[in-house]
Every structure is written in structure tokens, then in C-alpha cells.
Design a protein. Structure first.
Length: 239
């Protein structure tokens, strides 16, 4: 029996279409061809080095971004704190000026009540039959007082550290009783405002035809203990 194919090509099997490039086959082919271990090691080293370089690049890039952020924040803080620092310096300058003025005032005020206390203590210690002819300061002049006050005002120290300067004074008087002179010196030395009482000289003189002892005492003002100072209110009557 004879069969005739009236459809040409109908009996041929269709060829399958290529799905793509066979990478696996290529690598298998390369693997079969490369058998040198040194070449394999070099290729592995290149791959590892490339990975390390990429990792370091990304790490450095990330670190650079972080440093840029910190730098921007630091610049912003610097700009913001410039005004604060400027105001702080102005405040410190004003504070130093006020401290100098207060020190100057306290240096002047600390000497204001020295002589009232001295005169009061000398008057209280004066015994009977004894009178004074002069009480004078011997170590500080008006110019030196002004210079000391100015130096105290310029001194950069706490305002409570200002102390009145030492004041030396001389008492000249007469007495008809030498024992009264000794008692006068003891009472002056016992005063909380007076120290270093010394007899400079004494001599006999004639006063109204009578012999009296003229004496000269040198002493020094001392800062009293706060407990020795008593403050009382001052009241004035208004008429």
C-alpha cells in the first residue's frame, strides 16, 4: 500500500526554539579548561580584593556623610554660641566694673569711722588730772589715702577682702600724776580699737607755775572684733 503525503513538511518534527545563552555551560566549559591552581588563586584574590575595595568605599562614604553632618551641626552651634559668648563677655566686663566701684567705695567707707572710734576710746581712757594737747595721725596723708583707695578699687579681689589701712597716731598730753600716765596707757592698750601703745618720751615742764609731766604716746589703730561693735538705730525728731 502506497501512502502519499499531500502536506509537505507535515511529517517533520518542529525544532525547538532557543531559550537563551547557556551561561552554565560556558562556565562548565571554562572550568574544564582552567586547571592551573595558581590561576584559580589569582582569580579568587582579584574577586576578594574587589569586594574589599567596594566594602571600604561604602564604609568611607558612610563615614564621610556622618562627618559632614557633625561638621554642619558644629558650625551651626558655633554661629549660635557666638552671640552667647559675646553677651557673656559683656556681662563679665560689667561685673568687673561694678566690683571695682564697690571696692573703691568700701575702701573709702572703711576709713570713715576710724577717727570717731579712736577719739572715743582715747576720751574714755583719759584718767583724772590728765589732759591732752594734740592727737594727730603720723603715717598716712590725704594723698596716700586717695592712692590707697584707688589701688583698692583697681584690685581684682572679692569685695569682702577690703581692709582699712593701718593708721598710726600720736597722743601728746600733760598729767600731774605719773601713775595716771601708766593707767592711761593700760586703758588704751585694753581698747579693742587700739594696739601697740608705746611711751615715746616724758619730761617735766612748767604750766601756770606748776610742774607737770608732759608725755608723748604712739599707738596704732586695729580692726576690732565684730562682737566689739554695737550698732544702734538713729532716730531724728522732725519739728
Amino acid at each position: 500500500m502506497i501512502e502519499i503525503n499531500l502536506l509537505p513538511g507535515a511529517g517533520k518534527k518542529p525544532r525547538g526554539r532557543s531559550t537563551g545563552f547557556d551561561f552554565a555551560g560556558v562556565f562548565r566549559g571554562l572550568g574544564s579548561q582552567i586547571r592551573d591552581p595558581w590561576l584559580l588563586g589569582a582569580i579568587a584574590s582579584v574577586i576578594v580584593a574587589t569586594g574589599a575595595v567596594l566594602a571600604m568605599y561604602f564604609y568611607q562614604h558612610r563615614a564621610e556623610l556622618a562627618l559632614d553632618d557633625r561638621l554642619q551641626k558644629a558650625e551651626q552651634d558655633s554661629i549660635r554660641y557666638v552671640a552667647v559668648i559675646r553677651e557673656k563677655r559683656k556681662a563679665e566686663a560689667r561685673r568687673d566694673s561694678v566690683i571695682r566701684q564697690v571696692d573703691l567705695i568700701k575702701a573709702i567707707d572703711s576709713k570713715r569711722f576710724i577717727w570717731p572710734h579712736l577719739m572715743d576710746e582715747v576720751s574714755r581712757a583719759l584718767p583724772p588730772y590728765t589732759w591732752l594737747t594734740s592727737v594727730s595721725q603720723t603715717n598716712v596723708t590725704a594723698a596716700s589715702v586717695a592712692n590707697a583707695a584707688d589701688a583698692a578699687g583697681k584690685k581684682k579681689a572679692p569685695s569682702d577682702s577690703i581692709e582699712p589701712p593701718k593708721v598710726n597716731f600720736r597722743v601728746v598730753g600733760n598729767t600731774v600724776d605719773i601713775q595716771a600716765l601708766t593707767r592711761f596707757m593700760k586703758l588704751l592698750e585694753a581698747s579693742p580699737f587700739i594696739e601697740n601703745v608705746q611711751l615715746v618720751k616724758s619730761s617735766m615742764i612748767l604750766v601756770d607755775g606748776k610742774e607737770v609731766t608732759e608725755f608723748q604716746l604712739d599707738a596704732q589703730y586695729q580692726v576690732p572684733d565684730p562682737s566689739a561693735i554695737r550698732s544702734v538705730p538713729v532716730s531724728l525728731s522732725v519739728r
